[in-house]
Design a protein around this ligand. Structure first.
Ligand SMILES: *[C@@H]1O[C@H](CO)[C@@H](O)[C@H](O)[C@H]1NC(C)=O
Length: 130
């Protein structure tokens, strides 16, 4: 998939199913302003009860995450990243609880991020998908 904006920016995305469980994805945004072009490569693996992802971006971005189903309704995850140029890194933890009618998530990271979310289904139509 590719798109060129009127100002000359080019967005492109390539998604490739390597196997039934392994996906590769590349996203790129190219501009003619120096330093604003971005590229990101993702590798996703979906196991029976876990999901993991590796990310490599231009400008020395490396990241990864891992989410494991603990029970039918509860998943726990962890993520980390490393920014080579800024010599910054971070780790985070995520919990997600879902039932037929609601999804609750909590997230905390060494960057200072703390986030809680709760989504309750109110009708059979229009339940948000993540
Ligand atoms: C787990 O989720 C299922 C549906 O996804 C729901 O029927 C069940 O009540 C949930 N269990 C608990 C303990 O919330």
């Amino acid at each position: 998939i590719g798109r060129i904006a009127p100002d000359g920016r080019l967005n492109g995305r390539v998604k490739y199913e390597v196997t039934e469980n392994l996906f590769a994805q590349m996203n790129a945004q190219l501009t003619n302003e120096p330093g604003y072009s971005q590229g990101m490569f993702n590798l996703d693996y979906k196991g029976k009860d876990f999901r993991t992802q590796c990310q490599v971006g231009n400008n020395g971005f490396y990241g990864g995450n891992y989410i494991q189903s603990v029970t039918k309704n509860l998943s726990l995850g962890t993520e980390g990243f490393w920014l080579q140029q800024q010599r910054k890194s971070g780790v985070g933890f995520l919990a997600r609880y879902d039932t037929k009618n609601m999804v609750a998530t909590g997230q905390i990271a060494s960057t200072g991020l703390v986030s809680l979310s709760y989504v309750q289904k109110v009708s059979n139509k229009g339940f948000p998908c993540y």
